[in-house]
Ligand binder design. Structure first.
Ligand SMILES: *Cc1c(COP(=O)(O)O)cnc(C)c1O
Length: 477
């Protein structure tokens, strides 16, 4: 290794960690080659996790006083660590909510990493924030929100829900003009709401009041009205937000957004829609009608890292009135004052992304999604969304055509929840383990009303109906 001479003569070896030499050029070539190969794998190997003891034995200690050298460390990653991680973009990774980032979004993520832009303030990241905001604007327009709307990309749906609900609490306390400053807020949500809503309530020391769902697992305005009426007058005044879900994680159900929006307006309660998974489908004309009412929200979230073909980690958090997000979240500190002055006096309408959520430093994590959207155009997104929806419909027809499978709930977006007649919980687990171990598919069971069933979530346009048929056939035996 050729070393750059150190400005300090007694460092006889020289200091090279921040300097470029022929070794780092070789590393750059190896990394670009690996990244390009990885993003082009179609399909990538599914891979599977290894136990801690196996990793300890096979990988061992990687942090040493002298360092391993870049090529050795890279080899450990490519040969041992990466294959011990399941590939979320495998077309038969159907557990949880998978991801399927476009080639352009992943390659541009390398550029985002290399640029290391500070995305917390307009002062430091104006150009990047400008582009992120255009990507956000596409979703704001799809949802039909007014020009007062704006938002920020946060790490995920969990961070997005928390930040939105903190803004809801701020608005509620403003409205109560000091009378609620020491009172615990109440959040109304259904049992189908994502666990992160409960976590947010916990973090905020709010009471989460669970509203029962209807026969098709939807949260309805009628049920909310009943629960609200059952509260004491004092408790009714404590309600700061109602949370509906546009595509529940377990079942894919879209709540009764329109009527819930009316209820929230009527009672002056903040209306938040968690669309982390499902609101991506706002761009698909074939299902757009399912989202009617989303234009009434005070805030909503959607995760581009789920069904909008971007890499981790990325959640779009949108406020109907961006000023409320800002009032609720802006940090004040001597060393940050310059940012406030800058935004207020020099740059019209500009705001600091740091001010809109529970964070400060942030990666410009919306840029890979922006780059892909700018590259391909919105019509390509609509098409990719319609393709996934069509594969889900075709797969649903296969379930209906079989005599050993049936739906636990009728699918509405791209989540299929299926019962294999005659299977015990162990049968589901054994089939699931075998599929993963054989490198075929990653589909884990879930439970619904205490019953073990299979749940398949499709977000990858490369998932093929023939593969779905093969998967269903493997459950026959
Ligand atoms: C996935 C999901 C979340 C959590 O999002 P993360 O990005 O994993 O934090 C929240 N709500 C819904 C409806 C989800 O599907």
């Amino acid at each position: 290794m050729s070393k750059v001479p150190s400005p300090y003569p007694d460092e006889s070896d020289g200091y090279w960690m921040h300097y470029h030499d022929e070794d780092s050029q070789r590393l750059a070539d190896a990394i670009i080659a690996y990244a390009v190969d990885r993003v082009r794998m179609d399909p990538p190997p599914l891979d599977e996790p290894k136990s801690l003891s196996v990793l300890q034995r096979e990988v061992g200690e990687t942090i040493t006083a002298e360092g391993l050298g870049a090529l050795k460390a890279l080899e450990i990653f490519t040969e041992q660590l990466a294959p011990s991680c399941i590939s979320v973009d495998h077309p038969l990774f159907l557990s949880f909510v998978p991801g399927a980032p476009t080639e352009s979004s992943v390659l541009f993520d390398l550029v985002v990493a290399a640029s290391n832009i500070y995305g917390g303030s307009w002062l430091e990241g104006a150009g990047a924030v400008y582009a992120e905001n255009q990507a956000l604007q596409w979703m704001i327009d799809l949802a039909g929100l007014p020009s007062s709307a704006g938002g920020v990309f946060v790490s995920g749906g969990t961070a997005g829900n928390l930040s939105a609900l903190i803004a809801a609490r701020w608005a509620w306390r403003q409205r109560e003009r000091g009378a609620a400053d020491r009172i615990r807020p109440i959040i109304l949500a259904s049992g189908g709401a994502h666990s992160s809503v409960g976590l947010a309530a916990n973090a905020m020391d709010a009471d989460l009041v669970s509203v029962p769902v209807d026969a098709v697992n939807r949260l309805t305005a009628a049920a909310i009205r009943r629960v609200h009426l059952g509260l004491s007058v004092d408790d009714q005044r404590r309600v700061c937000a109602v949370v509906a879900t546009a595509g529940t994680t377990n079942l894919g159900v879209i709540d009764e957004l329109d009527a819930i929006g009316d209820f929230a307006r009527e009672h002056n309660i903040w209306f938040h829609v968690d669309g982390a998974y499902g609101a991506a489908a706002l761009c698909a004309k074939s299902v757009r009608h399912l989202f009617v009412g989303i234009e009434k929200v005070d805030s909503f979230i959607v995760d581009p890292h789920k069904w909008l073909f971007g890499p981790y980690d990325c959640c779009a958090l949108v406020y109907r009135d961006v000023r409320i997000g800002k009032a609720a979240h802006t940090q004040k500190a001597e060393y940050l004052d310059v940012l406030i002055q800058d935004a207020a006096t020099q740059i019209d309408e500009a705001y600091n992304p740091a001010d809109l959520a529970h964070h400060l430093t942030r990666r410009v994590r919306g840029l890979p999604f922006w780059f892909s959207l700018a590259t391909h155009g919105t019509e390509a997104y609509e098409e990719a969304m319609e393709i996934t929806l069509q594969v889900a419909r075709d797969a649903a027809d296969m379930v209906r055509a079989s005599d050993y499978l049936e739906f636990v709930v009728e699918p509405s977006l791209s989540i299929l929840v299926v019962r294999r007649l005659g299977w015990s919980p162990d049968d589901y687990t054994q089939w699931s383990d075998r599929m993963l171990h054989d490198g075929i598919a990653f589909v884990v069971p879930t439970t619904h009303k205490g019953e073990t069933v299979l749940r398949m979530c499709l977000v990858n346009p490369r998932t093929d109906p023939a593969q779905m048929q093969m998967l269903f056939d493997s459950m026959r035996g």
